[in-house]
Ligand binder design. Structure first.
Ligand SMILES: Cc1ncc(COP(=O)(O)O)c(C=O)c1O
Length: 411
């Protein structure tokens, strides 16, 4: 008789966004005249750039002719895109990454979710708290997280590294050493949900810790394009030694607006070995077996980001969302909120007022100001009492929402 993977039964329901949708729907039904503004979404809203669109057209035309048609491509991605990435995202920043270190994927969600395939189930996994939930849920599905305790909101085999006001929501390396140290460490900077970034010194502390303890850092840099401060590293590989202990994930979703097109990449330097085994060769084996490549036309569109025109257009998208985030951040500060992120990041993280819980604040924003955001507690126990707003809305709605928050009433 077939048996299911029982780990799936341990997963709590994805309460956060379904609860947000439920409360929003109930409010709209009771107040059909309300003009709700959503600053809760993590999805982009502006269309693709003209460069990406013309690359897609070109690809479609090629597919329509026998001489230029392409079927299966290389599982790892086309050389033209891997070469552009190696040169432009790494070489130009003085980082030595070769095209063979790069695997093109169909999204950082799948890449960060699937990477666990190449690691043993007995690895101890550390996640930051609050956190992008994919890291936790995929480890829970694999059986690496243990059991979920609804009372604490934690899995009993995961190591939670807290982000809080004391560390400015940039978690410090844990006190755990040697056999107690985590084997796999998920880091995400610029961070979702807190919008914080790690300095060179902070990233160095993590890399040194990983090298000392034989850990592997899984570095999610999906929001790298939002970094404008020249002092903030764009890649974990800017830190010496990271090439021996880190894997990096990047995406075209939040810079070039590919959330619907789907393209990402994973960088595994061939120098990275665990127990003498190259993780690059394991992931290559996994990729060859389970993945048949990101569509050719999508890779062409991704490559357009590296043309002169494409780069300018992509920058304009990112700048638009960054300006929204800045408007939210400065507006909230003026209104007396404690705020993190919103600089080098599309996410703004704020402390609720009057000791409200994250959900009480959600209801306050929804019912009094007709704004929808995301309760921080949904990203982990350390998010309780905090709230996330995003710069992905329209400029007009962002300005209106901030006016409402500043005035404490509907405008
Ligand atoms: C931290 C983080 N990583 C990865 C992703 C997923 O990106 P992709 O669209 O490339 O799957 C997201 C999406 O919101 C994210 O916030």
């Amino acid at each position: 008789m077939a048996r299911i993977n029982e780990n799936f039964l341990k997963l709590p329901g994805s309460y956060l966004f379904s609860e947000v949708a439920k409360r929003r729907k109930a409010y709209v039904e009771a107040h059909p005249e309300a003009q709700l503004i959503s600053l809760g979404i993590g999805d982009v809203t502006l269309p693709l750039t003209p460069s990406a669109i013309s690359a897609l057209h070109k690809g479609v035309d090629e597919m329509s002719r026998a001489e230029t048609f392409r079927g299966y491509g290389p599982e790892q991605g086309y050389a033209f895109l891997r070469e552009s990435i190696a040169k432009r995202d790494y070489g130009d920043r003085g980082i030595k990454i070769e095209p063979d270190d790069i695997f093109i994927g169909d999204g950082a969600k799948s890449d960060t979710g699937n990477i666990g395939d190449i690691f043993g189930l007995d690895n101890k996994v550390a996640v930051c708290d609050p956190v992008y939930p994919v890291y936790i849920d995929t480890n829970a599905m694999a059986g690496r997280a243990g059991n979920y305790d609804a009372a604490t909101g934690k899995w009993d085999r995961l190591i939670y590294v807290p982000g809080n006001e004391d560390n400015g929501f940039v978690p410090d390396v844990p006190d755990l050493k040697g056999a107690d140290a985590p084997d796999l460490i998920y880091l995400c900077f610029p961070n979702n949900p807190t919008g914080t970034v790690a300095t060179r010194a902070q990233l160095k502390a993590w890399v040194d810790y990983a090298l000392e303890n034989g850990s592997v850092i899984l570095f999610d840099a999906a929001y790298e394009a939002y970094i404008t401060d020249p002092e903030i590293p764009h890649s974990i590989f800017e830190i010496p030694g990271a090439e021996n202990c880190s894997i990096e994930f990047r995406s075209f979703s939040k810079n070039a607006g590919f959330t619907g097109l789907r393209c990402s990449y994973t960088v595994i330097p061939r120098s990275l070995k665990v127990g003498g085994v190259s993780l690059n060769s394991l992931w290559n084996r996994r990729h060859n077996t389970k993945f048949n490549g990101t569509p050719y036309i999508v890779q062409l569109a991704a490559d357009s980001v590296y043309t002169e025109e494409g780069e300018k257009e992509t920058r304009a998208l990112v700048d638009y969302y960054l300006e929204n985030a800045k408007i939210i951040r400065t507006g909230l500060e003026k209104a007396g909120f404690s705020v993190w992120g919103g600089v080098n990041s599309p996410y703004v993280w704020l402390k609720t007022i009057d000791g409200m819980s994250s959900w009480e604040f959600f209801d306050y924003l929804l019912t009094k100001l007709n704004i929808v955001g995301t309760p921080g507690s949904g990203f982990g126990p350390s998010g309780a009492g905090y709230f996330r707003l995003t710069g992905f809305g329209s400029r007009e709605n962002t300005l209106r929402a901030v006016e409402r928050i500043k005035k404490g009433k509907l405008v």
